[in-house]
Ligand binder design. Structure first.
Ligand SMILES: Cc1cc2nc3c(=O)[nH]c(=O)nc-3n(C[C@H](O)[C@H](O)[C@H](O)COP(=O)(O)OP(=O)(O)OC[C@H]3O[C@@H](n4cnc5c(N)ncnc54)[C@H](O)[C@@H]3O)c2cc1C
Length: 478
């Protein structure tokens, strides 16, 4: 009871409690919808909007490649992108055959039980009994497949090299009726729509545009972590599917991740927080890897040649979350999704999964109440999901005393409990299973407070038990 009370602020919306995606539930709610941004959140939103709108237009400022390739508008694409089960299962619902397509594109099916090695609190977590798979690939592969499937749906017009510049509101400034864009051929063009979805990521201009149109902008939560990622690729034997994760955790500011990806490569990524940034030179990179506790990461770098020796660097200053759900006034005809609402320290790799789950919630919001008040109803529905990802990411960040920002309620207690759980999971695979399901957004963090889990976490360890026993014996003898 006490444990639950201390973490009551943490949401419960995950894959386990998500409404089932059924395309037929959404009847026609409008004739034209516009999505701004053709990355993961925008593409997933566009997919569900085709169920309720005659036509959907996606507006994207980049020119879009025909093959999986990094692009300017998604600068994080060179960095590791793990697709957790909640995201994979949701993408599979939205785009049947998605997981198989990842493998066809060269992605690797990692046996999560035996090939995914997770280091935390001083050792690797024990293998659990639950078997699960991780479909591992580079970020451009995940996005390319979604983009191809969205385009194949028909009824979607994908307009690349179009820059969104502003919203068109009605005379009373209460309803968004479309957007303004700039293309190579025109200074400005108006695109009318019954619903506009902002999926422009961290650089979203919606807060500023709301203010411009006389609305209160959403409150911004920023949690400063001053992190950076450096990533390279090394050659991998085709049948070696091992993956490693040894994330920075207080007081250790450095961490690393290794993931098998397409073209028989391992993606090796190192990170550091609070200014302890990984280098951009290959030799220094290998040295930095030696300071990450899972020695396997350095060994892999020494034993397997680099693909091209290039290091891709990405600074990540702060977690950012706009509290749209706290607004009481918001224009009709507008919804904001994905990183445009919240972008978390990617250390826990949740952004793509949150984007996919949000699309299912957007579908549900439209299916249950049509377009009326869709924005505020959507923010209300997604709040718990965003809460979970946010709480986990910034919770880990607040393990470091240097972290600045608003600490969610219950963080200190939850960190203490989670660290104890992870230490116990070095020898108790049932706890590894419980933790991984939370990590993968399959189940809410509150499941870690079930009596069966709490008992395993809090029961005295062998050493403590013996010490207690000795103390009791001593007391009795005296
Ligand atoms: C270093 C790093 C590592 C990450 N690792 C993981 C991971 O392991 N797992 C995971 O699930 N997530 C990870 N993420 C998060 C993930 O990348 C995002 O959550 C995911 O891409 C969803 O973002 P989005 O679609 O909302 O926005 P974005 O991916 O940022 O895309 C925004 C899109 O909008 C377009 N755009 C922007 N402005 C305009 C405009 N004015 N007009 C037209 N188009 C515009 C951009 O070109 C882009 O295509 C990571 C993020 C970072 C930074």
């Amino acid at each position: 009871m006490e444990l639950r009370a201390r973490t009551e602020g943490v949401g419960r919306m995950t894959l386990a409690t998500m409404p089932e995606y059924d395309s037929t539930r959404l009847e026609r709610v409008g004739s034209h919808a516009v999505v701004i941004g053709a990355s993961m959140a925008g593409l997933c939103a566009a997919r569900v909007l085709t169920d309720g709108f005659e036509e959907v237009t996606i507006v994207e400022r980049d020119s879009l490649p025909d093959v999986p390739a990094p692009r300017r508008g998604v600068p994080q694409a060179q960095q590791p992108h793990v697709l957790w089960e909640a995201g994979r299962a949701t993408l599979e619902h939205l785009f049947p055959g998605y997981s198989a397509a990842v493998l066809e594109a060269g992605g690797v099916k990692v046996d999560g039980q035996t090939e995914f090695n997770n280091y935390s609190n001083g050792d690797f977590l024990a293998n659990g009994d639950r078997s699960f798979a991780i479909y591992s690939a580079t970020r451009p592969v995940y996005e390319q497949i979604v983009r191809e499937r969205v385009v194949a749906l028909g009824r979607i017009r994908l307009r690349s090299e179009c820059q969104f510049t502003g919203y068109l509101l009605d005379d009373t400034e209460t309803t968004v009726e479309g957007i303004e864009i700039r293309t190579e051929d025109s200074d400005s063009e108006q695109v009318r729509a019954d619903l506009v979805v902002d999926a422009t990521g961290r650089t979203s201009r919606t807060p500023a545009l709301l203010e411009y149109h006389g609305y209160q902008p959403p409150a911004l939560d920023e949690v400063q972590i001053d992190a950076a990622y450096s990533t390279t690729f090394i050659q991998r034997p085709a049948d070696d599917h091992r993956a490693f994760g040894a994330l920075a955790e207080a007081p250790r500011t450095r961490g690393g991740v290794v993931a098998p990806v397409e073209e028989n490569r391992w993606l090796v990524s190192l990170h550091g927080v609070h200014g302890d940034h990984p280098p951009t030179d290959y030799d220094d990179f290998v040295d930095f890897a030696a300071s990450v506790p899972a020695t396997e990461i350095r060994e892999l770098l020494e034993e397997h040649p680099p693909v091209d020796g290039e290091i891709h660097h990405y600074p990540f200053a702060a977690n950012r979350r706009y509290h749209y759900e706290r607004l009481s006034r918001f224009p009709e005809g507008l919804v904001v999704v994905g990183d445009a609402v919240a972008s978390f320290n990617p250390i826990y790799g949740q952004g793509m999964s949150v984007a996919a789950l949000e699309a299912v919630l957007l579908h549900d919001v439209l299916a249950t109440g049509g377009r009326v008040d869709a924005g505020l109803r959507f923010f209300d529905r997604t709040m718990e999901l965003v809460d979970i990802a946010w709480t986990m990411a910034v919770g880990a960040d607040f393990g470091f005393p240097e972290t600045r920002g608003q600490k969610p309620r219950g963080t200190t207690f939850f960190n203490w409990y989670l660290n104890r759980l992870l230490r116990t999971a070095h020898s108790d695979g049932a706890l590894t299973d419980a933790f991984v399901q939370v990590l993968m957004l399959e189940r809410p963090p509150t499941t870690l407070l079930r009596p069966s889990v709490v008992w395993r976490v809090l029961k005295p360890s062998g050493g403590v038990r013996q010490a207690l026993h000795r103390q009791v014996e001593g007391t009795v003898r005296r």
